[in-house]
Design a protein around this ligand. Sequence first.
Ligand code: PDD
Length: 277
Amino acid sequence: EKVFFGNKIIDRDEASFSFDDRSMYFGDGVYEVIRVYGGHPYKMERHFRRLQRSADELDIPYADEEKQALEKAVYELIAANQLDEGFVYMQLSRGIAARDHLYDRHTEPFSFAFTQEMQTPKKQQAEGIAVYLTEDIRWLRCDIKTVNLLGNVLAKRQAADHDCAEAIQHRGDTVTEGSSTNLFIVKNNQLQTHPANHLILNGITRQLVIELAEESGYTVSFTPFTTEALLEADEAFITSTTNEITPVTEVRGTKHGTLDIGPVTSRLQEMLQADIE
Ligand code: PDD
């Protein structure tokens, strides 16, 4: 098993992290997860653009050579590990420096990447999942894909403790997104999802679904909606790189209810599948 670590491809066993990596002390780093289908990275350029944006927003220097090295690493790791179905995880940390809240703009960033095999969660995509409603306690820059994911991991654990596959977070009454997914509802053939502002991560899959929906004549509204609207929706589904499009069939937590898997969700699943193939 090969990994990309500090600009070299090495064996996973040989990679050892520095105490002083700022992503360790402060969660001071950004990341991306790129899906690999049949040995090919899917929508790689979009993920790299988002990594660039996340780094820029956090004032982490991300030079062209760094980007080129990471892009090259994606292909080298897929080949070296003979990855067919899975994903590439990559992380860019602000770098290695003695612990100090105050960062120095000259610290050199540190990046690494690894591959992991995975299968498409076909059963969940066909049968739907239960989700758990929970208060969104995260900071106000959820648009940045940082490795500081405490709110997300606590929400995911809470969901699992209630036998739900995903948490759906809400700020007050307003639904934002899942712990590692975006959420759409469908009402009267119209799609609705939280606007891409500072309160959610603008998912690549979210963007693809919007494009596919609009191409096939559906209207997509970017007005925030309530937990009540989720329960009253005709259909609901989550999206992410690893989940693709997964229907929501049950809601638990502060409110309860069930939903059917509907034609709009199925149609979008087919269109996304066609794009992947
Ligand atoms: N999660 N919202 C959050 C908070 C996320 O962490 C993710 C991705 C998404 C969906 O984004 P995309 O469609 O670009 O994958 C939405 C990744 C997969 C992860 O953390 O593993």
